[in-house]
Design a binder for this molecule. Sequence first.
Ligand code: MN3
Length: 242
Amino acid sequence: MERRKFLSTVGLGAVAVAIPAELLSTPVFDFSIDEKGEFKGNEFPELPYSYDALEPHIDKMTMEIHYDRHHRGYYNKYLAAIEGTDYESTPLAKVFAKVSKLSAGIRNNGGGYYNHTLFWNNMSPDKSEPSASLKKAVESNFGSWEKFQDDFNNAAANRFGSGWAWLVMDANKKLFVGSTPNQDNPIMDVSELRGTPLLALDVWEHAYYLKYQNKRPEYISAFWNVINWNEVNKRFEKALSL
Ligand code: MN3
């Protein structure tokens, strides 16, 4: 099956539609997409669960439109933006490292494509827990787990207009939270936040408006119920080892 081949090639893991439920709780997103990775950004990623899997926290219609229209749109427009250029074979991370010199089409659509791929994979219908080592790092960087949650929630709630909230590890292995506008992300050279993203939250209105309308804080608190900590734990360990 072609998809299976692609998955093993880019290391997205076992995310085919028919896999047993218990596998859905295992990390499905490979770090190779990131800063030092080789991910070319030329395949549309599988959604690792069904559209209704995150109900009631994120509703089915939002997921379907978000994934199949918004995300697919970024993907298609990114491919169009790099068509016929050297960037067709350049890993996404290397494109982002000099995105300030590239077109708005590459920046916005490449960012949209990458950010949503992180986002789908750092959510799951299955309960999981932050690892002991991640908890310890969060406590030492933020003072407490609650302070981290507050800071993350504030970053997400206070991003004016469209953008993303992040938990990021910087080059000194320190954790911090922040937000980026539009489809920017912490591995873009234009970003004020620089580092390896561990957790991403989409705060564009299209991510929550059908269910939550203008109540973005309710969507943000619902997000905590569907975080795939297995994935965040894995990214944390990988980022520590870079
Ligand atoms: Mn979105």
